[in-house]
Design a protein around this ligand. Structure first.
Ligand SMILES: [Zn+2]
Length: 160
């Protein structure tokens, strides 16, 4: 349950970052995906614990995946530099929330070039009040933005 909330917090933060500029729907999607797709590298859990440990927080949490996401943002939108910058911010906020908000496996940002790992000794545990605050503030931020932009479930994106 808490892992699902943590993931939804990634989605919410990315959505808030995407709202920093009036982007067309494609640009918004790219920024949101930039902040959520990194956890795809945890899919190895479907095969084995070894596959999970080998790739999680490495393959899609590293600089090469960031470069891929930013390249898609730059090449796939009509506002390349803005969407690319917001995608980079969204991606790295995902990493920051992982490192500070959960601890767990370190981020192997330069994988597979080096085994350098990014972790933070003072990280929170998933079930902690700081995480509850971040999750709550993120949820409130999403609601406030949706309210201000007059978005509804049947009208989630507004053409600008
Ligand atoms: Zn992650």
């Amino acid at each position: 349950m808490l892992s699902a909330l943590h993931f939804l917090t990634h989605v919410g933060i990315s959505w808030i970052v995407a709202d920093l500029a009036r982007l067309p729907p494609r640009g918004r999607w790219i920024v949101v995906l930039a902040g959520t797709l990194p956890d795809l590298d945890g899919i190895g859990i479907l095969w084995s614990e070894h596959a999970y440990a080998a790739a999680h927080r490495a393959a899609a949490h590293g600089v090469f995946f960031a470069a891929l996401i930013i390249a898609v943002a730059v090449l796939g939108t009509d506002r390349p530099w803005l969407v690319g910058a917001l995608a980079a911010i969204s991606f790295h906020l995902h990493l920051l929330l992982d490192v500070v908000g959960t601890g767990g496996m370190p981020i192997r940002y330069l994988w597979p070039l080096t085994d350098w790992q990014w972790s933070y000794g003072g990280h929170w545990v998933l079930a902690s009040w700081p995480n509850a605050v971040v999750m709550t503030v993120t949820a409130l931020g999403v609601v406030v933005i949706a309210w201000r932009r007059k978005r509804t479930p049947d009208r989630p994106v507004i053409d600008y």
